[in-house]
Design a protein around this ligand. Structure first.
Ligand SMILES: C[S@@+](CC[C@H](N)C(=O)[O-])C[C@H]1O[C@@H](n2cnc3c(N)ncnc32)[C@H](O)[C@@H]1O
Length: 264
């Protein structure tokens, strides 16, 4: 298995665009609040790791302005072409295997990335090494084991099916080397990496139209793998997608834990 094989959800499939749109709706307000908190402004140099779609990169580009720089990296940059112009530089890069794409960054940020990277220890070291002294690291990652249910209010057969399929999704992720308890470890890992003033918080939506869109796109994207692994039948998946489409189920997400610290 190569490091990039660790990622289950291919960015080139149509559903990836739907998923990135849902992440933006669900998590951008939280991410932008944290980025503002750690400090991003004109002239800053930022590395956006595992950028995926364009919303965070575009926001960072507006904050740093023409005098700044945003290096946006991903193992698959196919969704980033629209923002690949100064101050944004887009590079294909595996954060678990490649050298950092520069050094002396004021800010390094990754959202919902390291949980998927088999060598996340190396990835974290690389991100810290790319900071200037005084630079800020912000890592936001899921902790699906902390809140494993897509339907926390499991009150009927629709919700039970949804939670069973979610369990299958988690198994596929874990089999690919994802650490499903990663989010909670971030404060300790940041301190162990030598960062100062480490703090963290968590956020998850309990229901939202974007959760519905995310669930539909995710299940359509992994349906073949769920069936091949014997974790669900095509009938299960059709029934679940129809339930999701019908509305009325309160679909949540795993908590996203945001942790930040300063390089001494
Ligand atoms: C769940 S998506 C999150 C995308 C984006 N950060 C967001 O929050 O909307 C995970 C992203 O990490 C990327 N990724 C997975 N493994 C990676 C690795 N080893 N190095 C760099 N990027 C990786 C994927 O290609 C994908 O774009």
């Amino acid at each position: 298995m190569t490091p990039s094989d660790g990622y289950l959800l291919n960015n080139r499939q149509d559903e990836a665009g739907e998923r990135f749109g849902a992440f933006a709706s669900l998590f951008d307000p939280v991410t932008f609040r944290h980025l503002e908190g750690v400090g991003v402004g004109p002239g800053r140099r930022c590395w956006e790791v595992g950028a995926g779609g364009t919303s965070v990169v575009s926001w960072l580009a507006r904050q740093v302005g023409p005098a700044g720089q945003v290096v946006a990296t991903d193992i698959d940059t196919s969704r980033l072409a629209a923002v690949a112009r100064p101050p944004v530089e887009v590079r294909v890069h595996d954060v678990g295997a490649d050298e950092p794409p520069g050094d002396g960054f004021d800010l390094v940020h990754a959202r919902l990335v390291l949980v998927h990277v088999p060598d996340r220890e190396r990835a974290l070291r690389s991100m810290v090494s790319a900071l200037r002294p005084g630079g800020m690291l912000l890592i936001e990652d899921a902790d699906p084991a902390l809140q494993p249910l897509i339907c926390p209010d499991e009150h009927g057969p629709e919700q039970r099916l949804a939670n069973r399929l979610r369990q299958g999704f988690r198994k596929l992720l874990a089999d690919r080397g994802a650490d499903l308890s990663y989010g909670r470890k971030l404060p300790r890992l940041l301190r162990e990496a030598g960062l100062h003033d480490v703090a963290a918080d968590a956020y998850f939506p309990v229901t939202s139209p974007a959760c519905t869109a995310l669930e539909s796109a995710t299940v359509r994207q992994i349906r073949g793998r769920l069936v091949a692994a014997g974790l669900a039948t095509d009938e299960d998946i059709d029934r679940h997608l129809a339930n999701v489409e019908a509305g009325g189920m309160d679909l949540a997400t795993a908590p996203m834990i945001s942790a930040w610290g300063r390089k001494g």
